[in-house]
Design a protein around this ligand. Structure first.
Ligand SMILES: Nc1ncnc2c1ncn2[C@@H]1O[C@H](COP(=O)(O)OP(=O)(O)OP(=O)(O)O)[C@@H](O)[C@H]1O
Length: 210
């Protein structure tokens, strides 16, 4: 289980206070809430990229102690952000972007296949592909190390309905195969109603039922 317990986090001052949430293996948990209510901050805390002021994050029973990009527990958590263009080096081809976390690059073809990226697209750079194609590459990269948990922070905001459905389908298939837990963050409550088993909100500590 990936969990946050009584997390208070923010920047100069807290933006989220005493927030708790659990993502069990195999489960898809939604996180909704208005703009600025701290969803992305919570995503970064759970991905061990942002240290909370107080509270704990546990991953499969281990309490996180380090919040940094190379924290050992981070390989258990894959992250997908809203704007793929900000998370891929513009000099990289999609092939190189997907291969980034891998030692053995043989897996790139299989990952590209999984997210339905064709061979010709793999040799292009971010400015030569659409947002949806780039987000597919980011999903392949996020799944490269077979994470136990996947955090999707507004992953579909820039995408059309069919690309959104395709990416959600890829994630569901990955989950069915690996029993990974997924945290889906979105302001789109209709998407979360379809996608998540249970949805939490940063607007209050109330749990919204499906
Ligand atoms: N790096 C930062 N430094 C200072 N303040 C920040 C930083 N990142 C976010 N904030 C502030 O923290 C608050 C919560 O932001 P956050 O991005 O977590 O909210 P959100 O719910 O994800 O919003 P949105 O739905 O608009 O993406 C906002 O008031 C924002 O301005």
């Amino acid at each position: 289980m990936l969990s946050a317990h009584d997390v208070t986090a923010g920047y100069r001052s807290p933006v989220i206070t005493d927030f708790s949430l659990e993502v069990h293996e195999g489960q898809t948990v939604g996180l909704a809430g208005p703009s600025g209510s701290g969803k992305s901050t919570m995503a970064r805390v759970l991905a061990l990229l942002h240290k909370p002021f107080s509270g704990t994050v546990t991953i499969d029973g281990d309490t996180a102690t380090r919040y940094r990009f190379n924290a050992p527990q981070r390989t258990k958590i894959g992250v997908l952000f809203q704007q793929p263009r900000l998370s891929v080096d513009p000099r990289f081809t999609l092939r190189k972007a997907i291969a980034e976390p891998l030692r053995d690059h043989d897996a790139v073809a299989e990952l590209a296949d999984l997210v339905m990226l064709t061979e010709d697209l793999l040799d292009r750079r971010p400015h030569e592909v659409s947002d949806g194609q780039l987000q597919r590459a980011c999903l392949a990269r996020a799944l490269a190390l077979k994470p136990r948990y996947l955090i999707c922070d507004e992953m579909t905001t820039m995408l059309d309905a069919s690309t959104t459905a395709a990416l959600v389908g890829v994630i569901r298939a990955y989950q069915a195969e690996t029993n990974a837990g997924v945290l889906a963050i979105s302001h789109d409550t209709r998407l979360l109603a379809r996608w998540a088993d249970q949805t939490f909100s940063t607007a209050s500590t109330m749990t919204l039922s499906r």
